[in-house]
Write a protein that binds this ligand. Sequence first.
Ligand SMILES: *[C@@H]1O[C@H](CO)[C@@H](O)[C@H](O)[C@H]1NC(C)=O
Ligand SMILES: *[C@@H]1O[C@H](CO)[C@@H](O)[C@H](O)[C@H]1NC(C)=O
Length: 342
Amino acid sequence: MLNLRVSATVLGLIVSSTALSILQTPPPEPCTGNCTFIHDPSVVRRSDGTWLRFSTIGNIAIATAPALTGPWTYQGALLPQGSTIRVRDDQELWAPDVFFANDQFYAYYSVSKSGFQGSDIGVATSKTGDAGTWTDHGSVGVPKSADYNVIDANLFRECDTCDNVWTFGSAWKGVYQTSLTKDYLKWGGEIPRQVLYNSSYPLKPQTFPSITEGGFLFWWAVGGTKYYYNFFSSGACCNAADDLQAPGDEYKIMVCRATSPTGPFTDADGKNCASENGGTLVLGSHGNVYAPGGQGVIVEPGVNRVALYYHYADRSIGYAFDQFLFGFNYLDFSSGWPVVTS
Ligand SMILES: *[C@@H]1O[C@H](CO)[C@@H](O)[C@H](O)[C@H]1NC(C)=O
Ligand SMILES: *[C@@H]1O[C@H](CO)[C@@H](O)[C@H](O)[C@H]1NC(C)=O
């Protein structure tokens, strides 16, 4: 808050209107049905109008709804028997990323465990996306490295024949990009490039720099310029009620943009998001909303509005892992930067 006022004074009207919109951040849009036990959601809309929501829990939970607002009905697990990938015995499946191409759904999922760097990402496919219809294809085969952790996939493509950009990464040195083969099932051989990194340390002492993860690419044209927005989560994702991060260091949704899907990404102040700790806040804790993150972005057909969806804790409900909720808000890009709006 203090920072906003200082920059508003220094930079004048434009920044002060940005500050104002942050101060007036609306609550999440309504969500009915099953909106709980949600982490790292990925949402797609099927051609029959059904919305599918995938999230981290129970070998990737699948829920369906007639609208983004719900009512959401839990269907079952994406991989009821777990993955064919084995990174350790107590592994979990996390952070799905689902998209539709070649007449089928593709789901990337992470195989990991909290604090573990030897993670991997697998891919499964399905014609309908429903629970019970998914075929696991195992690891996409991105090489492991001491620089990154192979979790939090996001596949970006602009058309059927366009090159794809595959974003992944968490903690260690942040978010990386590479590309997959044309069938989206295997690593394409391009050495991963770092695109987002925050080298500063959080207030609460920890032995690694602030976490930068969950990169999600989305393009939008503003005033004739096509921008590629890299939404990401910054800070600590998961806090117990008795061990909350210092305010400001909990999860929040940030964005950087570029005029190419492969970067270089910069923030609203022009800072590079890989080498200068750049990143512009889109949605942080406000009101009862605590630690929003694990986000994705989708265009809602019909209304043609852009929705930013995410998980968050509601301070009036609790901070336990199973209490995290699904939320979304609409974005306004008219300033060139996404601003949460009602
Ligand atoms: C609600 O969805 C979660 C997964 O997000 C699932 O674990 C839980 O069993 C569902 N609850 C009901 C009542 O279906
Ligand atoms: C970088 O990390 C610091 C310390 O945790 C945090 O205050 C800041 O908001 C982070 N910046 C970005 C762009 O994530």
